[in-house]
Design a protein around this ligand. Structure first.
Ligand code: SAM
Length: 302
């Protein structure tokens, strides 16, 4: 692979097409369980139980481990939620219509009404058991977190970013992500990152702030390296990679988000020679070689 690539399709069909040990870093935020309806068939996040969700993601992430270079890093952003109290639905939210759910799962076995699901740690432990090294749990503190109408617990203002690696030894560029301490000297980056959520990008309701992606790219790669985001959304990882002279591979199921990502990437740079979008067809591109040959012939953008 030599160029950045944006693949439109289901992650489980796209990943087998990517070569072994081909990306230096993976930065991604999968759909959270039971939280949002992205309104498209095949979407992840609407599994009937947390266990089914964790099982599905663990299998996908095992495929990601194959694609990651031995000294590579996976940064995984994941948030949590509460049991539905067996309500079976979620009322529309004026500010965020996609948070309405026509179907909401029953309380997972063993959990009660109002229980915090603990999805991030359930997933982290499953990935660890599957062979990933769990190296760090970073708290993404959101100073501008949305208010919640709760009076019996603190308002949630954080999510997790887990740092996983494929091997015990790996490439982490600590000097590229130093922080300033109170006395003005530089020190190793800490595990609490205070970063505001950004306003919604286009119609996407869960895009990363670029500021969150930046330290992951800088700590995990050198210029020219490839970064993969298998849940590309409107392409924040691609935008940061292009700005920092890294290459990217994005995979996204929803064509509307793919269009937005293309638009944002196009706006960011007039030099569009490093972007290609392929609507792949799993039957036609049954093996990797055929797929990449086809890819190089099917440049959609000028
Ligand atoms: C949390 S969002 C990622 C947002 C992204 N980080 C950004 O900054 O825009 C998760 C994305 O996964 C996509 N998605 C859901 N199921 C998918 C699947 N089976 N294959 C590929 N993408 C999927 C959704 O459409 C959504 O855009």
């Amino acid at each position: 692979m030599t160029e950045s690539l944006l693949l439109e399709g289901d992650v489980s069909e796209a990943l087998p097409l990517l070569p072994d040990a081909s990306v230096q870093c993976i930065i991604t935020s999968p759909p959270y369980w039971g939280l949002r309806d992205y309104g498209i068939r095949g979407q992840i996040g609407l599994e009937p139980t947390v266990a089914a969700y964790v099982f599905k993601l663990t299998a996908l992430f095992s495929e990601l481990r194959r694609i990651l270079k031995p000294d590579g890093i996976l940064w995984l952003n994941i948030g949590d939620g509460y049991t539905s109290g067996n309500r079976g639905w979620r009322a529309p939210d004026k500010k965020n219509p996609s948070r309405a759910m026509s179907v909401r799962s029953d309380n997972p076995p063993g959990l009660k009404d109002k229980d915090l699901l603990g999805v991030p740690w359930r997933l982290a432990f499953a990935l660890q058991a599957d062979g990933w090294y769990l190296r760090s749990d970073i708290i993404w503190h959101k100073p501008n977190a949305m208010p919640e109408s709760v009076k019996d617990r603190p308002t949630r203002a954080h999510e997790y970013i887990f740092q996983f690696t494929k091997e015990e030894q790996y490439a982490y560029h600590a000097d590229a992500v130093l922080q300033e301490s109170d006395d003005g000297s530089k020190r190793n980056r800490r595990t609490v990152w205070s970063i505001n959520t950004s306003p919604t990008n286009g119609s996407h309701i869960a895009s990363f702030p670029e500021e969150l992606v930046e330290p992951c790219v800088l700590a995990g790669t050198k210029p020219g390296d490839f970064v993969l985001d298998p849940f590309f959304g409107c392409g924040t990882v691609g935008l940061v990679c292009r700005r920092l002279n890294r290459k990217f591979i994005g995979i996204e199921l929803n064509p509307e988000y793919v269009d937005q990502a293309m638009e944002f990437l196009e706006k960011q740079s007039l030099n569009s020679t490093s972007k290609r979008r392929i609507r792949y067809d799993a039957n036609k591109h049954a093996d990797q070689l055929a797929f990449f040959e086809a890819a190089s012939q099917r440049r959609v953008l000028p």
